[in-house]
Design a protein around this ligand. Structure first.
Ligand code: MG
Length: 293
């Protein structure tokens, strides 16, 4: 559970029904509203040399099946990793299991050396060490991260193997030992904390390595700091879809037992962070591919 400061003023600043709805914890998952005017599709009928008519469609000005690469550039070649989950050639590798990789890429939340430990090719959360955060900042991105809750089971509910992956240091995908460990649905492993429960529980047993593959699009804000496009998350847990282009209805920060924080404007790029929730949760094989917004 992430803790954040809140005030009564914050609680009562919502005036519209939509804002009130957005405030509601555990609201049903929202899906992006489509802009049906995009892309722009133009249709022409042309005659060939024999007088036969053919339909030519142009999507955002580019002909369907265009072979001229100056008009339709080919996608860049990316070499995939040599096994599932391995970083592809264009990934920013944030942790490869080595102590050097950890110290080169991660700090505590004040930018100083982190007190998390590197153990057996993994970085491990240390009680009271605080969150760990990446030196590099990201906005919209694809993220691969692997994690393991402690093999030795201790505690229950939110107290068992709790950590979290925070996109932009702000939006938490819950990390929790949710193998035969019941808690509230919007706080189990793979939940967007307090906002959207996972579609299924794809948890492995305690101590076993698990993966999150996350496609994240950051929220956009106007000059007044009002959110104009909410964040979206697609998440696979151990290869199983658990968040299906979920529109995040607001922030995921803790603001009491039955509330989540609202969106609050922030920079376009921020560090990735993981939570110290007092349990020795491990992480490894962390890489990011920045995406267009
Ligand atoms: Mg957590």
């Amino acid at each position: 559970m992430a803790k954040s400061k809140s005030s009564l003023a914050d609680l009562f600043r919502f005036t519209t029904p939509a804002a009130a709805l957005a405030l509601g914890a555990a609201a049903p998952s929202l899906h992006a509203q489509e802009d049906m005017t995009k892309p722009e599709i133009k249709v022409e009928t042309k005659k060939d040399a024999n007088g036969r008519e053919s339909v030519y469609m142009y999507i955002d000005g580019v002909k369907v099946h265009e072979t001229d690469t100056s008009k339709q550039p080919l996608p860049p070649v990316v070499t995939p990793g040599d096994k599932p989950g391995a970083p592809p050639s264009d990934a920013v590798v944030l942790f490869d299991g080595s102590a050097d990789s950890f110290s080169a890429n991660w700090t505590d939340t004040k930018g100083g050396p982190s007190k998390w430990k590197v153990v057996d090719g993994a970085m491990e959360s240390v009680r009271r060490a605080g969150y760990v955060q990446s030196k590099e900042k990201f906005g919209s991105c694809q993220l691969h991260i692997e994690w393991a809750s402690p093999a030795k089971v201790q505690g229950d509910g939110q107290g068992r193997g709790n950590s979290g992956v925070f996109l932009m240091g702000t939006y938490e995908i819950q990390v929790l030992d949710s193998y035969e460990n019941q808690t509230y649905a919007d706080g189990q492993a793979g939940a967007l904390y307090g906002r959207s429960k996972p579609l299924v529980n794809a948890s492995r047993k305690p101590g076993e390595w698990q993966s999150y593959d996350i496609i994240f699009h950051r929220p956009l804000f106007d000059k007044e700091g009002k959110v104009t496009r909410r964040a979206t998350f697609t998440v696979l847990h151990n290869g199983v879809l658990i968040q299906d282009h979920t529109v995040l209805s607001g922030g995921t920060g803790w603001r009491g037992p039955h509330a989540a924080s609202e969106y609050k404007a922030h920079p376009d790029k921020m560090p990735l962070s993981m939570q110290d929730h007092g349990n020795p949760v491990r992480f490894r094989n962390i890489w990011v591919r920045p995406l267009e917004d």
